[in-house]
Write a protein that binds this ligand. Structure first.
Ligand code: NAP
Ligand code: 8YV
Length: 304
């Protein structure tokens, strides 16, 4: 049987199949199995680092149960000829749904309204007016698989769509902005859905948030690192930014506590793809990639 080091669990039904086909070891068994491991199963944020890759002399494949692979030392894996697979496509709809849910909730203060009712405050006070989420201008930072799914939904709400990427997308008629600050200036909502890379680090900075402005709302379903979190908190605190809907943070699971008391901010614990259906599809893709590799077939979703 082939030895697999598992750094993150799969859905139980797929986990069973994994264990039926492979000898699966937890991270705690690393010392005793390092010399035998031929595959690693992981998720974003968990590695393997270059150091761990170097501890596995027989490693042939790293199968990541996420579309983002920012915590994996891809370059190091590449130099050693170790392919990496991820889970593109199968989570687009769920992540796009969450982006739109955060957009509507941040604009309409649904979470704070719910709290208003539960706390019995409706008996004495009307909830203040919120803001419209339809027929506005939605700017999208990133127009890949998930960006397109977000655009489709936002458009169906009557919003105009524009986006910023390094390269204009040929088959789309949405307006492309070469400048992120200019996109933010012309948007009511700015939604980030780009990978975490050295180039995207803190891309949503003070200047971008200032351009989005006191009536603007920032949504982040990408990675915490793509926004300057200190600048974001400061802009929300001062009123320079109108609101935010955040699924991802700079130092998860730690979230700046200043955000907890803000009615115009909606927070989620990195749950963009966190449904039974999508996590099953992601797990299946991990297993299918492993099976393909060890059967000598082409990988289904190799990175790069
Ligand atoms: P994708 O199809 O590869 O699209 C990435 C987009 O980002 C492309 O439009 C790309 O355009 C743009 N981009 C990359 N680098 C850029 C830069 N420096 N400046 C401007 N635009 C840049 O990826 P996807 O499947 O849509 O996923 C995007 C990311 O979402 C993932 O990497 C992951 O981090 C995040 N995500 C989060 C969750 C969650 O649970 N919240 C779930 C899934 C994914 P150009 O190359 O032309 O610039
Ligand atoms: C997951 C993600 O929540 O795919 C990604 O890049 O961020 C999310 O789908 C995360 O990878 C944990 O499984």
């Amino acid at each position: 049987m082939i030895d697999i080091l598992q750094l993150a669990p799969l859905r139980p039904e797929i986990q069973q199949q994994l264990e039926a086909r492979y000898r699966v070891h937890p991270a705690s068994a690393l010392d005793s199995v390092a010399d035998k491991v031929r595959g690693v199963v992981t998720i974003t944020g968990t590695g393997p680092s270059a150091a761990l890759i170097d501890r596995l002399p027989k490693l042939e494949i790293i199968a990541v149960a996420s579309v983002g692979y920012d915590a994996i030392d891809l370059e190091h894996a590449r130099t050693k000829g170790i392919p990496v697979t991820n889970t593109p496509g199968v989570l687009d709809d769920d992540v796009a749904d969450l982006a739109i849910a955060l957009m509507i909730n941040a604009a309409r203060h649904l979470v704070a309204s719910d709290r208003h009712v539960r706390d019995g405050k409706w008996l004495t006070d009307k909830y203040p007016l919120a803001r419209t989420a339809s027929n506005k201008r939605v700017g999208i930072l990133g127009m890949g698989r998930i960006g397109r799914a977000i655009a489709k939904r936002a458009k169906a709400m009557g919003n105009s769509i524009a986006y910023h990427t390094r390269t204009q997308v040929a088959d789309l008629t949405y307006r492309h902005y070469p400048s992120l600050v200019e996109l933010a200036r012309d948007s009511d909502f700015l939604i980030a859905i780009i990978p975490a890379t050295p180039q995207t680090n803190k891309m949503v900075n003070h200047a971008v948030l200032e351009a989005l402005g006191p009536d603007g709302i920032f949504i982040n379903v990408a990675r915490g690192s793509v926004a300057d979190e200190d600048a974001l908190v400061a802009a929300l605190k001062s009123g320079a930014l109108g609101g935010a809907g955040l699924d991802v943070f700079a130092d998860e699971p730690n979230v700046p506590e200043t955000l907890f008391g803000m009615n115009n901010v909606v927070l989620a614990p990195h749950v963009g793809s966190a449904t039974v259906e999508t996590r099953r599809a992601m797990s299946q893709l991990v297993l299918d990639n492993l099976d393909a590799h060890f059967a000598g077939r082409p990988l289904l979703t190799p990175v790069g």
